[in-house]
Design a protein around this ligand. Structure first.
Ligand code: SF4
Ligand code: SF4
Length: 379
């Protein structure tokens, strides 16, 4: 460990003490190889808009933290043992991505990183600079994880760990102390897998191996504001938040270990929200009921819009009466317009007259356009 203030074995021991499933270290040297890739990705228009806007800050840790010496990456498995027995409760239910079945990972990983930082300070017996990021930092978390030896990049753009597959959350701790780095993970190990993820993607968002067009990815689409473009609505099925398809089909995700954090044990109402109940929640009620879920940050409107699409895709006649009430009462155009779409999917004949009435009084252009489509006779 010549020249390092902390050796790698100590870091692994701390991870074990703190219940961190995977840990690795790299230097704070720039990720120069990413510059071309990120620029290309932006030029192709594949960004979702959630990315950090300054490419130089994404590739060079010292642009943000001038004294940075080392980066510790952590991985926490989110499919716990309870995942296997998780059952859908009775009623009309939507489906959340598995990562949102338990408590918000931002809080859980942040807590682990805070504890880790505290332990490092105790070990050195002096204050040190520590910056924790989970999702919201400038760095490309997958590139950091790869260089820290946490896992390799799959063609589905997920980091795949040896222990937990790609069912992991990633977090980082940047510090001004020098820590013995890990050997980086190997290059992609997809081997002879016949691109199962690319073939299974419902929207062909995996445009090439290792390249997602985020604007087509259902995970992004469930989180976008406004109207969901019509071509993606049927593809959403019952999805309310996120999409697991390219992970579910991946053979590297079979027979992997369960995560150890009980915070990620599935909460049935988070995993399979009651669609009709969701429609009636105020923003305040939503925050109270779903506030500790990773899907809560966008607020209730996006979730209600997705619930309406799910009811449309499920052709749920039980939902018609409530949808008609909301069509005439709801103040939000995305909700009124999406309801018109859903009603046509569920029962166009029974609902055409009511939608035509709503069309007459509708003032919002996009909502009106949805209603116009809904009252057209089928071609
Ligand atoms: S998350 Fe879903 S939509 Fe996005 S790339 Fe994977 S399979 Fe495709
Ligand atoms: S499904 Fe196959 S090609 Fe896709 S990430 Fe997994 S191993 Fe790689």
């Amino acid at each position: 460990m010549a020249g390092y203030e902390i050796d790698n074995a100590t870091i692994r021991q701390l991870a074990e003490e703190l219940g961190i499933d995977g840990i690795g270290v790299t230097t704070a040297e720039p990720f120069a190889e990413l510059e071309e890739q990120l620029t290309n990705y932006r030029d192709l228009g594949h960004e979702s808009g959630f990315e950090h806007p300054v490419i130089q800050e994404r590739i060079d840790p010292r642009q943000t933290w001038p004294n940075a010496q080392s980066i510790i990456a952590i991985a926490m498995g989110y499919r716990t043992e309870q995942y296997v027995g998780a059952k859908k409760p009775a009623g009309l239910r939507g489906q959340m991505s598995v990562y949102a079945w338990g408590m918000d990972y931002h809080q859980v990983l942040k807590q682990k990183l805070d504890q880790l930082g505290k332990r490092l300070q105790e070990l050195l017996g002096r204050p040190i600079e520590i910056y924790n990021t989970v999702d919201t930092g400038p760095l490309v978390d997958r590139a950091v994880a790869q260089r820290c030896g946490i896992g390799w990049l799959g063609k589905n753009c997920s980091i795949i760990t040896d222990t937990h597959g790609s069912w992991v959350f990633l977090g980082q701790l940047v510090t001004d102390i020098s820590i013995e780095p890990n050997v980086p993970s190997p290059p992609p190990q997809c081997g002879d897998c016949p691109d199962l993820c690319l073939k299974a993607c419902p929207t062909k968002a995996l445009v090439n191996p290792f390249m997602t067009d985020s604007s087509k990815c259902l995970s992004y689409i469930t989180q976008m504001k406004g109207f969901v473009p019509e071509q993606y609505r049927a593809k959403l099925g019952r999805r309310l938040w996120g999409c697991d398809t390219c992970q579910v089909v991946c053979p590297k995700n079979k027979d992997v270990a369960f995560g150890t954090a009980i915070e990620f044990d599935p909460e049935p109402e988070y995993a399979f929200p009651d669609l009709m109940r969701l429609l009636d929640l105020s923003n305040k009620q939503f925050r109270r009921e779903y506030g500790t879920s990773a899907a809560a940050w966008r607020g209730v409107k996006v979730m209600q819009r997705n619930a309406i699409i799910a009811l449309g895709n499920m052709r749920e006649t039980q939902a018609i009466a409530r949808l008609l009430e909301l069509l005439s009462q709801d103040e939000r155009p995305e909700i009124r317009g999406t309801i018109a779409w859903a009603l046509k999917k569920i029962d166009p004949d029974a609902t055409r007259e009511a939608v035509a009435h709503a069309y007459e009084v509708e003032e919002h252009a996009e909502a009106k356009q949805e209603m116009a489509w809904a009252i057209e006779d089928p071609a």
